[in-house]
Design a binder for this molecule. Sequence first.
Ligand code: GLU
Length: 302
Amino acid sequence: MYSARNKTYRGRFAPSPTGPLHFGSLIAALGSFLDARSRGGEWLVRIEDLDPPREVSGAADDILRTLEAFGLYWDNQVMYQSQRHDAYQQALEQLEHGQLVYPCGCSRKDIQENLARSGSGNVYPGTCRNGLPQGCEARSLRLRVPDLDVRFADRLQGDIEEWLPEKSGDFIIRRADGLFAYQLAVVVDDAEQGITDVVRGADLLDSTCRQIFLLQSLGYAPPHYLHLPVVVNESGEKLSKQTNAPAASPQQAVSSLAAALRFLGQSVPEGLEDSQLADFWDWAVQNWEPERIPNTRMIEGH
Ligand code: GLU
């Protein structure tokens, strides 16, 4: 079905194995897949199993089996973040070498107290920026964020601009429990996998400027970004395991995929939900129109 590969487009789907694939994550998988395949590009899968306390045993395999049952076939080997420790360590050392990292001894409680006292903003106030206060032990590692405005043009959400000191402050790249932070891992892996286009949920839009800064600090060019609207419930909460989103069922693969396509604003012909999986994909790959996706960050529904 997808013979001529376009080597200049490489997309990815990067689920965290915190539970089964559900309608919300299916939308990110479908959007990234169709954007890649409709341009003859490659589509990779990366399991973001970086945070064992949040993971559910068996969820990674379950997600992969569900993707296959839905016909979301990936290229190359699946990458697992749990096996990438050395690469993250190397990136950390590179940043340390550039004087961009410092140890922080603040607990969450310390930070909250500091912010309450100063009454300013809600980002880390830079307490340990110029050295650990006396008697304080290093807990996490933070990135020293410069006085920088980061801008990028999201393919769907338009121009995004953030002044880092105000929006993110010096952020954590290695946590107090010794685990590497998502922000660091995601950019090291996107760079290693040669990702040209990141298509994912708009809940991650707030992380993107930090990621662009990290990529640039490590000497990489940022990819193109397209942040899809996320499904929320009537209280504005994202569909997730925490909000009891039902697992995507392989028995209803085509109807779930058709519903996800409609959610993404595509002009799905009536009856597509009753077609065979292969016919569904033929139609979807040929008719993917990213310009029809609603350019909003969240949509209530499903
Ligand atoms: N692992 C993240 C999640 O499941 C997605 C990361 C990304 O797409 O950059 O929310």
